[in-house]
Write a protein that binds this ligand. Structure first.
Ligand code: HEM
Length: 483
């Protein structure tokens, strides 16, 4: 077990025992900790019959699950009534864990993801390809004559962190081991501490928050040591780096605004790391586990990647991504099976007089609503064989692929619709999904072309922590570099 896992387990047990024995002794829903999957599935099946809302009790907080028929209505609600931001703030206690609440409350980096990052996908893909290749060589080695057992989560997390930071901060810092390790530590601590604070009643959150802030602050200080000098003269010129977009964007603020300080700009980079590293790592790990436990799928995907390499070499353009429609479908299928938000589309009721649902029920201010993303993604009526990994379930017809290869249309894996909520839907749908999809495809293309991977007899089971699902942190792959 690595030190981060130990740290996580200890913190979790410590907070849970305080909560369970001293603070909330009368509350029973500990069963949700291990049975989140069954609970979400059961609720969804009942809702298909009765179209009712259900209370979802949880150790980390309660929510109201809306039936799937209310999903469209939910996406149309204004932020002032049903707020995605407020729900995110609560779920991860961002005002406490992000150390400066403004970073979460006023996410000025988000339009830059939507605008600059997405517009530059083709210009940065070559850099991402190079960085993923170098990171894999460092972490998985280059020996062609012996097999090596690698921990999947540990190594993929570092590949993701390095490749994403190639785009966020450039090739010098993204290869600085101390910066990458500190960033991973920051992201892990924000996630764990943010969740754990929810074990405490509201009146205790602030004082306890002070305790949980300390490990986050320590990790951030270490990242800041590397980031602050990057922003020291505020004259960054590389047009393909997020640091430059942040600096250019900051000039709209008055000179005295904290948004123009190296400290705030550094914190914005850490907000990006927070949004990108954990999510992309878990998604890539799930996909690798799904693929390498299905031998026939591997050879089909490898053939596609080899053909793509033969045709395009080191060039990565939209047309190349679009032509890899088998990999695109496999990624979407893996996201359908294991999407990171089984409890999807969380929104908080903001108005003092509450929110009126389409069926006339009123929910009080402060309630959090969601839908059962797990139930929806495993609805047999929509996805036959819902628990099987059918890698080509979403594969597009050849003519459609050809049409897209000539145009600029983005990958189908990144599309959102009322049957697919792994990215959310509507105006809060993940703005980083186009980048995440490209990054994960590039990782897979490298693995399929450059490495031999021994098949997993059976796919290692994912673990559930209440209504969160993740690939087993101890899963390993046996790999060998191809000659
Ligand atoms: C496979 C990787 C990823 C997954 C599965 C994922 C998933 C999600 C989901 C489910 C949401 C919430 C949507 C909602 O509540 O409606 C979200 C929001 C968000 N994601 Fe991602 N994400 C990923 C990668 C990224 C990356 C790489 C970035 C940044 C570069 C990013 C930035 C964001 C931001 C800023 C939000 C908040 C959007 C808002 O509230 O308007 N994500 N993501």
């Amino acid at each position: 077990m690595n030190h981060q896992t130990v740290e996580a387990v200890l913190l979790f047990l410590c907070a849970l025992s305080i909560w369970a024995w001293l603070i909330k002794p009368a509350i029973p829903p500990l069963q949700s900790l291990t049975r989140g999957r069954e609970i979400l599935h059961r609720i969804y099946r009942k809702q298909l019959r009765d179209n009712q809302v259900y209370v979802l009790r949880g150790v980390f907080g309660n929510s109201i699950v809306l039936p799937p028929s209310m999903l469209q209505w939910l996406t149309l609600q204004p932020e002032s009534h049903l707020s995605a931001k407020a729900a995110q703030m609560d779920a991860l206690n961002i005002p406490i864990t992000f150390l400066r609440p403004e970073i979460g409350l006023d996410p000025v980096h988000e339009p830059l993801i939507r605008r600059n990052l997405t517009a530059n996908l083709d210009s940065i893909a070559g850099d991402v390809w190079e960085e993923v290749g170098l990171a894999l060589e460092d972490l998985w080695g280059q020996a062609t004559d012996s097999w090596r057992e690698v921990n999947l989560d540990d190594t993929v997390r570092r590949v993701v962190a390095r490749a994403a930071n190639r785009v966020f901060v450039g090739d010098t810092l993204c290869r600085d081991n101390d910066y990458i390790e500190s960033s991973i530590r920051f992201v892990t601590r924000v996630s764990i501490c943010g969740l754990l604070i929810n074990l405490f009643p509201n009146w205790l959150k602030r004082p306890m928050g002070f305790v949980f802030k300390t490990p986050v602050q320590m990790a951030y200080s270490r990242c800041a040591k590397h980031l602050l000098p990057v922003f020291s003269d505020l004259t960054l010129t590389d047009p393909h780096l997020f640091t430059s977009w942040l600096v250019s964007n900051s000039v709209q603020y008055p000179r005295s605004s904290p948004e123009r300080t190296p400290d705030f700009l550094s914190r914005r980079i850490m907000a990006l790391n927070f949004a990108a590293i954990h999510t992309s790592t878990l998604t890539a790990c799930n996909l690798l586990l799904d693929i390498f436990s299905h031998p026939p799928t591997v050879s089909l995907l490898r053939d596609e990647s080899l053909a793509s390499s033969a045709r395009w070499g080191k060039t990565w353009k939209r047309a190349r991504f679009n032509q890899m429609s088998r990999l695109d479908s496999a990624l979407r299928e893996s996201l359908r099976l294991w999407g990171l938000v089984p409890k999807a589309m969380s929104r908080k009721v903001m108005q003092p007089d509450g929110a009126i649902l389409p069926d006339g029920q009123r929910l009080p201010q402060g309630t959090t609503v969601c839908i059962s993303g797990w139930g929806l993604h495993h609805d047999e009526g929509i996805f036959p064989q819902p628990f099987e990994f059918v890698h080509d379930r979403f594969m597009r017809a050849e003519e459609e692929v050809k049409e897209q290869a000539e145009g600029v249309k983005k990958s189908a894996a990144a599309e959102t619709n009322e049957h697919f909520v792994a990215w959310g839907i509507g105006k809060h749908a993940c703005p980083g999904r186009f980048f995440a999809v490209d990054l994960i495809k590039i990782i897979l293309a490298h693995v399929l072309v450059d490495y031999e991977v021994k098949f997993l007899g059976e796919r290692p089971g994912n673990i559930w922590i209440e209504y969160n699902v993740l690939p087993p942190p101890s899963a390993t792959l046996s790999i060998r570099r191809r000659v």
